[in-house]
Design a protein around this ligand. Sequence first.
Ligand code: 13P
Length: 257
Amino acid sequence: MNRRYRKTIIAGNWKMNKTPTEARALAETLKTRVARCKWCEVVLCVPFTDIVSLTRATKDCRISVGAQNLHQEESGAYTGEVSGKMLKDAGVKYVIIGHSERRQYAGESNELVARKVKAALTAGLRAIVCVGETLKERDMGVTNEVVALQVRSAFDSIPTTDELKKIVFAYEPVWAIGTGRNATPEQAAEVCTYIRTLIRKKYGARAARAVTIQYGGSMNADNARELLAQLDVDGGLIGGASLDPDSFAAIVQAANQ
Ligand code: 13P
């Protein structure tokens, strides 16, 4: 973290978990646990069906609500889809784009991810753009190439430094997601620093140092402090550990040191 230049953001990604009733209960507990954490932004990226109950439950506190996906078009005949405008109007501030599970199970390409980034910005949402290599790619020694391609594709939809201010990058090595095997702080820092170098080359040093870059992949209450101690790791995108208010609050507290 480097709070002098950029925001620390701890975001939970609930994935396909929690009903609206469960969401409200978790938010009520979490609120009291993170009330004193003023140094980092707390975001809950939840299923579409939880958004309304969560925006209500978090109205009087500093927790922001995020979504996990959006459609690339503004409106139209796209059965089952949800647009950025709908999310914005429902009170959503952030939207995760290009999560590896969507790349894997919904076939999202770098090009589609870029279109979704554009849709998010057009709707006035902040985008959390996920990038990361598979275990095979890491073993082959092509982590930087894979991440560079993913990051640069997103750049296509981020024309100026003004738009860049609405973007968070999340480095999520696929092999660390849901496996209990987190990247070491050094591994996380190496790729997060590399992402910042890519941003610097495209948008300049001043803009690059203001971008929040999160790490995600088996982050929990025990390893958060060490990961967040790295200068270029500005927060976390947390799956499993965000489903339990005590674990998630402990990560927020680690980020608030
Ligand atoms: P886990 O924290 O469960 O590994 O999930 C990480 C993730 O995918 C967050 O987007």
